[in-house]
Write a protein of this length. Structure first.
Length: 145
């Protein structure tokens, strides 16, 4: 499977009237819940409208610019670009703005680390008996963590 970044620009939702914001938020949460239920959700969120903090290689921290590139994102783990585009379409409808889709480059070592972490979570849940009769749900839950 490949992870895909689904994102929208910092000002992509500026056209949404304030009175519609609660409905858009509910629709966005529903789309994320659907991704969680499908077992493809990795992460999602919106960037706060505040300056970025820039951390230099020597550890020095300075204030950076306000976000101009990404306003919000969803990260999904799906078997194909076509599947990522289907999720982006659902998110576009929910957020009322176009979505950009990009594959995240594969790193076999990081993928192995992630599989090991997921297996460890499942083993831990099995050891406390949490998963009884819920193997598929447990695997979806661990993927979402």
């Amino acid at each position: 499977m490949t992870q895909y970044l689904i994102s929208f620009g910092a000002h992509a939702m500026d056209h949404v009237p304030d009175e519609d914001a609660p409905a858009v938020a509910r629709a966005a949460r529903a789309a994320v819940q659907e991704a969680i239920n499908a077992g493809v959700y990795v992460s999602a969120g919106g960037l706060e409208n505040q300056p970025a903090s820039i951390v230099a290689t020597d550890g020095a921290v300075t204030d950076g610019p306000y976000p101009q590139a990404i306003g919000g994102f969803t990260l999904v783990d799906v078997p194909s670009r076509e599947e990522a585009l289907r999720w982006a379409a659902k998110i576009a409808v929910a957020c009322r703005c176009a979505q950009e889709v990009r594959a995240i480059g594969a790193d076999p070592e990081l993928d192995a680390m992630r599989r090991h972490l997921r297996a460890t979570r499942i083993t831990l849940l099995e050891s406390v008996g949490w998963w009884r009769g819920r193997r598929a749900a447990t695997e979806r839950f661990c993927r979402a963590l």
